[in-house]
Design a protein around this ligand. Sequence first.
Ligand code: C2E
Ligand code: MG
Ligand code: MG
Ligand code: MG
Length: 282
Amino acid sequence: KAEGRGTWRFFEAEMDARMQQRRRLELDLRQALAAGQFSLHYQPLVEVASGRITGFEALLRWQHPERGLIPPGEFIPLAEETGLILPLGEWVLREACREAASWPGGVSVAVNVSAVQFGTPRLVDAVAEALAAAGLPATRLEIEVTESIMLQDNITTMAILHRLRGLGVRISMDDFGTGYSSLGYLRSFPFDKIKIDQSFVRDIGKRGDARAIVRAISGLGGSLGMRTTAEGVETREQFERLRADGCTEAQGYLFGRPVPGEAAREMLRTAASAAAQATAAA
Ligand code: C2E
Ligand code: MG
Ligand code: MG
Ligand code: MG
C-alpha cells in the first residue's frame, strides 16, 4: 500500500515537472517571435524527369536561447494549442515570399499551413498581403495542407481553398496516406499536388506493400491531373524506383537538406551555371 502511494507521488511529481516545462516553453514561445528567434530553412524539390530544382519547401526553425535549435515537431503543436500559430504562420508566409522573390522566375516556394490557420478566413488576406509585400507572383507560391483540414467544417475549408486557388496559388496535399485518408476528398477539391509521405518512401526498396502504395498514389495522381512528390528520398535506389513508379517530383536528403536562405540561393546559382555550361558545350 505504502509503495503504491509512493508510486503515485512519483507520478504526481513527474506530471508537475512536465506541466511546468510545458508552461515554460509556452512563455518562451510567446516572446520568440518578437525576439527574432525564428528562421526558415529551405529544402529543394527536384523534377524527376530533368533533375531541375523546381522549388524549395520552407521549414520553420526555432533557435531557443538556452535549449538550442528546437525542431518544429516540438513547438508547432504548442503554437496550435495556444493560437500563436496565427501570428507565427503569417510571419512564415511573409518571410518565405520575401525570400522566394530573390529566386529565378521558375522557382517556387512551398509553405506549410496549419489546420488551425484554416479555421479563420484571415488566411486568404494574409496570403494576398504576403505576396503583394514581396512582389511575388501567386503562381510561385504553393500552400501545403495536411489531411486534417478536411476533417474541419467542410464549407469554410472548401471556401478558403477555392479563394486561395482564386488568387492563383497552388495547393498541395502533404503527408498523403498518414492521416484520415479518404479518397473522397481528392474529388471534393482538385489539389495541384500530392506529397507521398516519407514513411512509404523509406520502405520502398524493402517492402512490396510500400512500393505498391507509392505506385498506386502516383497513378491516381496522374489520372486526376495532380503532380506527385515523394518525400524523404535518401538513396539513389529509392529515387530510381520512384522514377520507375511514375512520381513526378522528389524531395529528400539525397538532393539536399533544409538549409538557410543564403545557402539555397547558392544552390540555385550553382545549378544555373552548371546548366549554362551544359548548354554552351552542346
Ligand atoms: P513536412 O511538411 O512533411 O516537412 C518535411 C519534413 O521531412 C521536414 O522535417 C524535413 O526536414 C524532413 N525531411 C526532408 N527530407 C528528408 C529525408 O530525406 N529524410 C528524413 N528522415 N527527413 C526528411 P522538419 O523540418 O522537422 O518539419 C517537420 C514538420 O513540421 C513538417 O513536415 C511540417 O508538418 C511542420 N512544419 C515545418 N515548418 C512549418 C511551418 O512553417 N508551419 C507549419 N504549420 N508547420 C510546419
Ligand atoms: Mg510540408
Ligand atoms: Mg510532408
Ligand atoms: Mg511530414
